[in-house]
Design a protein around this ligand. Sequence first.
Ligand SMILES: [Cu+2]
Length: 326
Amino acid sequence: MSSVSRRNLIRSSVAGAVGLATSASVISRRKGEIKSFVDTGKADVDTSKFDPTSYLTSFDYGVSSVLPSGQTQREYNITATDQEIEVAPGVYFNAWTYNGTVPGPTIRCTEGDRLKVNFYNAGSHPHTIHFHGIHASNMDGVFEPVQPGESFFYEFDAAPMGFHLYHCHARPLKRHLHKGLYGAFIIDPPEGRPEAKELVMLMNGFDTNFDGENEVYAVNSVAFHYEKHPIDIQQGELVRVYCGNMTEFDLLNSFHLHGNMFKLYRTGTDLDRHELTDTVMLCQGERAVLEFKYEHLGKFMFHAHQSEFAELGWMGVFNVKESTLA
Ligand SMILES: [Cu+2]
C-alpha cells in the first residue's frame, strides 16, 4: 500500500482507538515541524526572489500582435529550470520551475486568441507543458517529453473561457507536479468579466523531508505569507479570486472565507450560474472563480478548512479598509 493510501486510510478511519492514536501521533509530529519551521530565526522569506503578494496580481499577457485575419496572437516564452525556492522563512525546497518561480507565471489571454508558447527545458529532467482546455492532440503536452537542452513549440487557439491550469505531464506525474511545474491559465471571456480586484491563488504543499507527505502548505508557495502580509481590500469592492488546487499527495484542499459568503463559479466557464457559499472543496487540478464584496471593516481570515493544512501554513488574512472608491 502506498504511503498516500495508507495516510488516507488513517484519516478516514472513523472509529477505533488504534486509528485515533495513529492520527494523533501523525498530527503532533507534524506540529513539531511547524514549530521548527516558524522558529528558524528568519523573519521572512527573501521576497526579491519570489514575492507572493505581487504574484497575486501578476498576469503574463505575452507579446501580442494582430494576425492578418484580425485574430490576436500572444507569444510566451517559458523555460523550465531547477531552482531552490523558500517555502517558509529559512525553509528551502529544491523545486523544478517554469521561469524560476512556483507557481510559474499566470498566463492570461482572451477566448479565441492564437497562443504560441516557446518552451525551453533548461532543467535536469524531461518536462512538458500540458495546458487544460481545448486543443489538438499533438499540442497536449503529454506524448512529447522535452529533453534537457531541447525546445518545443506549442500553438493553439485559447478555448474555452474560464480558469484553467498548465502543468508538466512527464512521468512520474506526481513527482513533476509536486516539484513545482504548474501555473494558472486564465482565458477571459470576449466580453470580459465585471471590473474587480483580481487575485490568483494556487493552493499547494511541499514535502520537505521526502516522506511522501506535505510538511508545508500554502497558497502561492509561502506558508503563512498572507497572514503575515494581509491583503488589503476596500469595503464594497468586488474581489475576484482565481482559486486552484495544485496540492500533491493530499487528494483534496479547500478555501474557506470568514465573515462573508462568495459566489462560486466552478471552473469559471459560466458567467451566470453560481452558488453562494463560504467554503469550496477542490480536488487536485480543480479550480473555481470566487467573487465577493466585504460589508464590514477589519481583518478576516481565509484558509483551508482542513485544520491541519491551515496550521501548517495555508492561512491568510484580508484587511478590509474604508473605501477610497468614488
Ligand atoms: Cu516535468
